[in-house]
Design a protein around this ligand. Structure first.
Ligand code: NAP
Length: 280
């Protein structure tokens, strides 16, 4: 099967490695707005060749779009315009409502499968692509009843092959859940990095003192603003709701410290330990 990957960065490049390695794809075509990224992807053997978008569209059985979510809004309709009834288009964007809204009335809507693989790192570009990124992680397939059954089945087989677990949600529920489990932790990490950078002007000392706790909570602050700004723009309302709740929780800790109420402070930390039930 020939697969075209549009956007050969962290997610597109890692998909290319996994799908080539397991034999799901016999040929991978790369498309990207950056020729430097395509050259890097060829050097790293992530892709077999690079082609302009129109030629990739004519040659591929399956197209996977792995570009920032603002670019999905024009690329997904544009690709559907040029597709045949036998091709399948999959996106991997981190927000889903805006992209499904953009193609809701498209005559070829059925050929499109909206997906969000819940896997990633704080790095970007083809240099960041790694094998096994998706192993046993969850992929959310969104508004599955709007995809043709054969297109959905192909996308399911593709994700199972790399090997991911399937989950299904409607776009609205996906964006609410993503705000809770992914988007808020990024804002929180960006804010923590700014807090520490503002207080500690001598960056060498940050490195010197940084232990495991600091590194793991601030890790996401290294993420690319090019990828994250469009996510916050598209999921603004849900992120605002979660952020309000988060600020309230921070304020509770703050006022307990002011009141020197360490008993309640201790109890709140115990309550927070319940997260172990969900993430070990
Ligand atoms: P990335 O590493 O920055 O890769 C994106 C690639 O797409 C880059 O090579 C970029 O080129 C290229 N690109 C940007 N706009 C384009 C356009 N209009 N046409 C063609 N190529 C274009 O980003 P990523 O982390 O792989 O994210 C890709 C998608 O996956 C996003 O929608 C993101 O929301 C989603 N996602 C990300 C994660 C994560 O943890 N990173 C997890 C799940 C899903 P330039 O470098 O020149 O801009």
């Amino acid at each position: 099967m020939t697969i075209a990957i549009i956007g050969v960065g962290l997610i597109g490049g890692s998909l290319a490695i996994a799908l080539k390695e397991n034999g799901f794809a016999s040929r991978i075509i790369g498309v990207d707005k950056s020729q430097a990224n395509l050259d890097k992807a060829i050097r790293r053997r992530l892709i077999d060749e690079d082609l302009p978008l129109e030629q990739a569209l004519a040659a591929a059985d399956v197209l996977i779009v792995a570009v920032p979510v603002d670019a999905l809004l024009y690329l997904v309709p544009q690709l559907l315009d040029g597709m045949s009834e036998h091709q399948v288009l999959i996106d991997v964007g981190s927000t889903k409502q805006a992209v499904v809204d953009a193609v809701r009335q498209h005559p070829r809507r059925g050929r499109f499968v909206a997906a969000h693989p819940m896997a990633g790192t704080e790095y970007s570009g083809p240099a960041a692509a790694v094998p096994n990124l998706f192993d046993h992680k969850c992929v959310v397939l969104v508004d599955k009843e709007d995809s043709d059954p054969d297109a959905l089945q192909l996308a399911e087989r593709l994700f199972i092959s790399i090997p991911m677990r399937l989950a299904y949600l409607d776009a609205r529920a996906h964006d609410v859940h993503a705000a809770y489990v992914s988007h808020i932790s990024h804002i929180s990490s960006f804010a923590l990095a700014l807090t520490v950078l503002a207080k500690e002007k001598d960056e060498d000392r940050i490195f010197e003192l940084a232990g495991g706790g600091f590194s793991s909570t601030v890790r996401l602050a290294k993420s690319s603003p090019d990828m994250w700004a469009p996510i916050f723009r598209q999921n603004r309302d849900n992120v605002l709701d979660v952020l309000d709740e988060h600020i309230e929780q921070l304020s509770r800790f703050r006022s307990l410290l002011i009141k020197k109420d360490f008993e309640t402070f201790y109890r709140l930390m115990q309550e927070a330990n319940a997260i172990r039930r969900i993430i070990d």
